[in-house]
Ligand binder design. Structure first.
Ligand code: CP3
Length: 356
């Protein structure tokens, strides 16, 4: 058997920041950096039948993953995929409807539906993501780290019950109150699938992973603890157990959008980095989370619609509020698709040039 020797990463600022080490300058990447903001992405996207073909073709997924590294100069690549590949791998296929968003033909209504779902087997059901990761690692050749990701169980649960996006996710929340036990059964199945998936991403070459809990903000603090944090915590613990077993670094970022009511609890997770959205006050969040974690974020993505001077000023204000250590710069959520690329570059350059 051929033993692969990992390539040394040249720009490892994000990994250093995640570990709390000195970085010299603040590293930066953007949620949704690979996507419609780039004309180069739109060109590749046009050449295929749909979003899913792009996600399921490793050569193309690799190509669009690399685009923002070269064009924007970010300090990490994030593998081009979607959080919805997990419900599909468990037995609920999704479609992405143009200009509308995700759509699931089958949704979860009760016990039979939950019983019919399988625990995802990443090597079989998600081989295309793992292949895209391997390919991207080869192409990156150690330039910057590669970020893997998955949805947090609660956010995946939302799509499985609702069948599409929603403002309130009231069907998913109704299920928590009316089918308490079944909700836990389903969340456990998603959690087991996600653990296997993230382990497989690390084995394929991901250097760090992020859990997206995009719909954290629709739950009350009490429900968030019971139906989301409990499962995020299982995922973090399981990755960190592997981490110590293999003595290989497996850093984890948790981004729970809208969970400002749970920052103290998030600070207790067995993870390295907590993502903040732009509703969260930076120094208040630092106090609640404590000193041990690195923070990520959190400029309002709408700032990138402003003039260049405003973008520079707001970015510098953000950097100052976080301080020179334990910070990975990012937006407070994904970059909006109609954002001007030059303004995105201005945000990134301001961070890279900033001196404390
Ligand atoms: O960040 C990156 O650059 C990597 C790629 C990435 C995508 N989706 C590509 C994508 C990541 C990390 C995601 C995560 C994701 N997907 C989340 C969590 C992050 C968040 O935004 O809160 C969620 C909730 C989804 C589900 C999803 N996928 C929605 C709601 C949509 C439609 C909305 C939209 O932005 O169009 C998608 C589609 C999607 N995922 C696109 C991209 C680039 C747009 C598809 C296209 O090219 O037409």
């Amino acid at each position: 058997m051929q033993i692969e020797i990992p390539v040394k990463i040249q720009n490892d600022l994000i990994l250093k920041a995640a570990r709390g080490q000195e970085t010299g300058r603040t590293p930066v990447w953007l949620m949704r950096q690979a996507g419609r903001i780039l004309p180069e992405y739109r060109k590749v996207r046009k050449s295929v039948s749909g979003f899913k073909e792009l996600v399921q073709t490793p050569e193309l997924a690799c190509e669009v993953t690399l685009q923002p590294v070269d064009i924007l100069g970010v300090d990490a690549a994030i593998i081009f995929s979607d959080i919805l590949v997990i419900p599909e791998a468990m037995g609920l296929p999704y479609q992405l409807i143009e200009n509308k968003g995700p759509f699931f033909e089958k949704t979860i209504k009760g016990l039979d539906d939950i019983d019919s779902l399988k625990i995802a087997n990443p090597k079989e059901d998600l081989h295309y993501v793992l292949e895209a990761i391997r390919l991207t690692k080869t192409e990156l050749d150690g330039k910057v780290p590669l970020i893997g990701f998955a949805g947090a169980p609660w956010t995946i649960f939302c799509y499985m019950l609702e069948g599409s996006g929603s403002k309130t996710f009231s069907k998913a929340r109704k299920f928590l109150y009316t089918q308490h036990e079944l909700a836990h059964q389903l969340l456990q199945k998603i959690t087991d699938s996600t653990i296997a998936y993230l382990q497989a991403q690390f084995e394929a070459g991901a250097d760090i992973v992020q859990l997206f809990d995009s719909w954290a903000g629709v739950l009350s603090p009490q429900l968030y603890k019971e139906f989301s944090l409990r499962y995020i915590s299982q995922i973090c613990d399981s990755i960190k157990n592997q981490h110590s077993a293999n003595s290989i670094q497996r850093p984890v970022i948790v981004f729970a959008k809208g969970a400002y009511f749970s920052l103290k609890e998030l600070g207790k997770l067995n993870c390295d980095v907590i993502g903040l959205d732009w509703n969260m006050d930076i120094s208040e969040s630092r106090k609640l989370i404590g000193e041990t974690k690195t923070l990520q974020g959190n400029l309002d993505p709408a700032v990138l619609y402003a003039d260049f001077q405003t973008i520079k000023n707001e970015t510098k204000k953000m950097l100052n509020n976080f301080g020179p250590k334990q910070h990975i710069a990012n937006l407070g959520h994904g970059v909006y698709p109609d954002t001007d690329v030059e303004r995105v570059k201005c945000f990134i350059e301001t961070i890279k040039e900033y001196e404390f």
